[in-house]
Design a protein around this ligand. Structure first.
Ligand code: SF4
Length: 363
C-alpha cells in the first residue's frame, strides 16, 4: 500500500530526529553545491543521501584518480605560461610533491586507514606526468591560441534561472583559450580526461554531455563578452606498460619507453589512437533556455530539501547498482541498507570504518 501523506509527514521527522541525535555531528545533513562533474540524476537516491547529504564515505585509494590529478596538474602548469620542460625531473618531482601532499592529507583525514604506499603514489604521479607529456607531444598548443584562464573556479546562483530554491552551481574549468582563426567562434573550453579504456570509448556521448554545458553556463555568466563557442576534449589513455624498477629502469628510460608506446599505438591503430582531441561546438540552447538542463537541475534541487525523508531517498533495489560486477565491488552503503532499521546506522558508521566529509572542503 502506498505511503499516505499523513504517514510521510510523520516519517520525515523520524529521520531528522534520528540524524540529529547522532553524536559528533555524524548525522548532520549538508546541502551540496551542484558541480558540473556530478550533475546527473543519481542512480540510487539512498546512496545520494549517504554520500552527498550526510557526507559519509569509506576511504579508498585509487591509482587512476591520483594519476588523473597529476596529469591535470602538469598540464595546467604547462599552460600557465611558465617556460618548462615537461619531461624534466623537476616537473615530475613537483607532481610527486603535490601527490605526496595529497597523501599526507589522506593520512590526516583517514585515521586508522592504511595510507597508500608512497611508491604507489609516485607511480601514479609518474603515470600522470607521462600522460600529460604525451598529450602535449601529440597536440602541442597552437601558436595562434592564447590562454585566457587556467583552473578558474566560478559560482552561479541557480534559483533565479529555475524559479525554485536550489543550491548554487560551482565549477572549476581546466582551461579556456582564445583562437581567432576558428570560424565558429574564438573562445573554447579545454577539458582533459584520463582513462584506462580507449579514448574513442570514453568520448561516447560527449556531444550531449551535461558537464561542458554547465561549464558554459558558468563561464558565460561570468564573462558575457567572451562567450564560449564549444568544448575541446583532450582524452589520454593510461599507458599499459609499467616502469621496470626491479631491473633498474630509470625515470628518463621509462618516460621514453612510454612515449614510444604512444607512438606505436598510434601507428598500429591510427583509427583508434590512445590520445585524441575532439572539438564540439555548443548546439544546445544556453542555460536560460535549456529545458533539458532545467529538468535535471530541478530534480537535483528537490534532493536538497532541508529535512530528507526515507521515502524520497529510496533504495534503488537494483542488484546491478548495488554490485559493480566489473570491479567486483559492493556498494559501500550496503550494510546501512541491509540493516533495515535506521536506528542501527550510527553503530554501522562507527564500526565499519566510515568517515564524514567536511562540508566546507568537500567536492
Ligand atoms: S546498497 Fe544499493 S540500495 Fe543501498 S545505497 Fe547502495 S546502491 Fe543504493
Amino acid at each position: 500500500m502506498p505511503m499516505s501523506d499523513h504517514a510521510k509527514a510523520h516519517a520525515a521527522p523520524f529521520l531528522s530526529r534520528l540524524l540529529r541525535g547522532m553524536k559528533d555531528g555524524i548525522g548532520k545533513v549538508f546541502t551540496p553545491n551542484v558541480h558540473p562533474s556530478g550533475a546527473h540524476e543519481p542512480t540510487c537516491k539512498r546512496a545520494f543521501l549517504f554520500a552527498k547529504r550526510l557526507g559519509w564515505y569509506k576511504p579508498r585509494w585509487s591509482e587512476a584518480l591520483y594519476a588523473g590529478t597529476a596529469m591535470h596538474e602538469v598540464l595546467s602548469r604547462t599552460y600557465q605560461g611558465t617556460e618548462i620542460d615537461i619531461a624534466s625531473e623537476q616537473i615530475r618531482s613537483e607532481a610527486n610533491l603535490s601527490i605526496a601532499k595529497s597523501q599526507a592529507s589522506y593520512e590526516a583525514d583517514n585515521p586508522g586507514e592504511k595510507a597508500p604506499d608512497y611508491d604507489e603514489v609516485k607511480k601514479a604521479a609518474s603515470l600522470g606526468t607521462v600522460m600529460a607529456s604525451a598529450y602535449d607531444h601529440a597536440f602541442p598548443m597552437p601558436t595562434s591560441w592564447d590562454v585566457i584562464a587556467v583552473e578558474q573556479t566560478i559560482q552561479r546562483e541557480l534559483s533565479p534561472v529555475l524559479g525554485v530554491s536550489a543550491p548554487p552551481l560551482v565549477g572549476t574549468m581546466d582551461l579556456v583559450i582564445h583562437d581567432p582563426t576558428n570560424p565558429v567562434g574564438p573562445y573554447w573550453l579545454l577539458d582533459y580526461k584520463s582513462c584506462s579504456e580507449k579514448p574513442s570509448y570514453r568520448a561516447t556521448g560527449l556531444t550531449y554531455a551535461i558537464q561542458p554545458r554547465l561549464y558554459r553556463a558558468l563561464w558565460n555568466a561570468a564573462h558575457p563578452d567572451k562567450k564560449l563557442a564549444g568544448v575541446i576534449h583532450g582524452i589520454v589513455q593510461k599507458p599499459t606498460i609499467r616502469r621496470k624498477t626491479k631491473s633498474g629502469e630509470t625515470w628518463p628510460q621509462y618516460y621514453d619507453r612510454c612515449l614510444q608506446w604512444y607512438e606505436d599505438q598510434m601507428l598500429t591503430n591510427p583509427d583508434d589512437p590512445p590520445i585524441i582531441r575532439s572539438r564540439i561546438a555548443f548546439l544546445t540552447p544556453p542555460l536560460e533556455k535549456d529545458l533539458e538542463l532545467h529538468e535535471l537541475l530541478r530534480k537535483l534541487a528537490a534532493l536538497s530539501v532541508p529535512n530528507p525523508d526515507l521515502s524520497t531517498f529510496y533504495r534503488c533495489g537494483n542488484h546491478h547498482v548495488c554490485v559493480d560486477a566489473r570491479f567486483r565491488r559492493v556498494c559501500p552503503y550496503f550494510p546501512f541498507c541491509s540493516a533495515e532499521d535506521p536506528r542501527r546506522w550510527e553503530n554501522i558508521f562507527e564500526t565499519r570504518g566510515f568517515l564524514k566529509r567536511d562540508p566546507e572542503i568537500r567536492d
